[in-house]
Design a protein around this ligand. Structure first.
Ligand SMILES: [Zn+2]
Length: 450
């Protein structure tokens, strides 16, 4: 071998090793940050299953975009589009957008068994159950209301509170439908969040139901029978409120309203506050400096709606939340956990991640009932349901998430790790290509062949 060639070979090896050292460190760092991407053994694209080397061999950057070139096909596949951050699983949500409600009413005959002193509920002549069935149901767009009838006037009188005229079942069930249309069937939330939202869905349905009962109460000369025992806390409140105007604005109810949202101490003098509030209305909306916190509220709260005060709306939101959590939550835990799994059934790993900003928007949308945004009074309280999720359900959720993580495709991983960043995507595919070229080069020099 001539001296010149020796020098050349020496130079090549030295530079290759030098580059190798720095590249080695560089790849180490990249692999550290994107381990899932670099240890991907199989990449499925265009119906082909490839090794990373085969994939890298066929990718090329053209006009600033990375493409995959299928061997026996002249078309190019845009890798940026393919690795878009995808959250699968909104098929059912989209179906909801075009659904219209279909309402039906079932008459349930109620008979007393005198020996057992028990009531039996008949769907058909022979089809009876011994427990009170639910007053209605909502399955997709099928709204079903149950109407309870008895030939015994005494029993009939007892049953009235379950019928729509008093119970306002239809408003409750319709709210579930509205919630689904607003996005409660959407992915893009964690299992835990969906579970909490399923509970919030019930809270919203109960608020809608109570708002209708409240309207019936007002339209029938404040007849108390229009507020059913389901909302006893509100009936009690009405009684107090009618005794004195001051009771409506009790310090505790005001505390509920302002404590979280306003980050300010509530004035000890409720009377002073009320005076100001009246002044605000009289002066056409001038807010004194000391009450600036009220600003944000006024913007979001239509005072004219339903002839309801901010205080009462806040009381209804929190009262329904508290009573539902106390009385119904334990019964609903399993059902709502199952439902979370059902809602996220088609979602991939990316679709089971939280997005707090979008979530807050969804909640405000769901709780927009009769023009009032009730969520502003109970914002964030869904966390209370999530905090009380039993360990067994938590474990179900985390094992399902693990399975989804293992099922992620290479492109889903790229999408997840590089979302909203074309630069990151560029760097990733560039690294895949460079690493491949480097492996080819070293193999050639070391005579390993390919
Ligand atoms: Zn419900």
């Amino acid at each position: 071998m001539k001296k010149k060639n020796k020098i050349w070979l020496g130079f090549t090896l030295t530079s290759a090793l030098l580059t190798g050292t720095s590249l080695g460190g560089y790849y180490y760092t990249m692999e550290h940050f994107e381990p899932a991407l670099y240890h991907e053994e199989r990449i499925v694209i265009n119906g082909d299953t490839l090794s990373q080397a085969e994939f890298a061999e066929r990718i090329e950057k053209e006009n600033g975009v990375w493409y995959y070139q299928a061997p026996e096909d002249s078309s190019k596949i845009d890798l940026y589009a393919l690795s878009d951050y995808k959250i699968k699983g909104d098929r059912r949500y989209r179906l909801y957008q075009n659904l219209e409600l279909e309402k039906s009413v079932d008459t349930i005959l109620v008979k007393r068994d005198n020996q057992e002193k028990k009531l039996y509920y008949f769907y058909g002549p022979n089809d009876s159950i011994s427990n009170l069935p639910s007053m209605g149901s909502m399955d997709w767009n099928k709204l079903n209301i149950r109407h309870f009838v008895s030939d015994d006037p005494k029993i009939q009188a007892q049953l009235e509170i379950y019928n729509n005229a008093l119970n306002c079942t239809e408003d409750h069930e319709k709210q579930h439908f509205k919630g689904a249309q607003a996005g409660l069937m959407r992915s893009g939330r964690s299992y835990e969040t969906v579970f909490g939202d399923n509970c919030m869905d019930e809270v919203a349905a109960n608020i809608a139901q109570l708002m209708r009962q409240r309207r019936n109460y007002q339209q029938h000369g404040e007849d108390e029978k229009y507020i059913t025992p389901r909302f006893n806390f509100y009936k009690e409140w009405l009684k107090k409120a009618s005794h004195s105007e001051e009771a409506k604005y009790s310090p505790s109810s005001l505390k509920t309203i302002f404590a979280d949202t306003c980050m300010c101490e509530i004035s000890d003098s409720i009377a002073e506050f009320l005076k100001w509030r009246q002044g605000f209305v009289n002066k056409g909306g001038q807010i004194p400096l000391g009450y600036k916190f009220y600003d944000k509220w006024l913007l979001r709260f239509p005072f004219q709606a339903e002839n309801i005060s901010v205080e009462e709306a806040a009381f209804i939101a929190n009262g329904v939340f508290d009573s539902w959590k106390k009385e119904k939550f334990p019964i609903y835990i399993k059902r709502n956990a199952d439902r979370a799994i059902y809602i996220l059934r088609e979602a991939n790993y990316n679709g089971c991640q939280d997005n707090p900003k979008e979530h807050a928007q969804l909640m405000h949308q769901v709780f927009l009932i009769e023009g009032i945004d009730f969520y502003q009074f109970i914002e964030g309280r869904e966390q209370e349901f999530i905090n009380d999720l039993p360990q067994k359900q938590q474990e179900r959720f985390s094992s399902l998430l693990k399975i989804k993580k293992n099922q992620m495709s290479y492109f889903e991983k790229v999408g997840q790790l590089t979302q909203n960043s074309p630069t990151k995507k560029d760097i990733h595919f560039q690294n895949v290509k460079r690493k491949h070229e480097w492996n080819k080069l070293t193999n050639k020099i070391l005579g390993r062949g390919r």
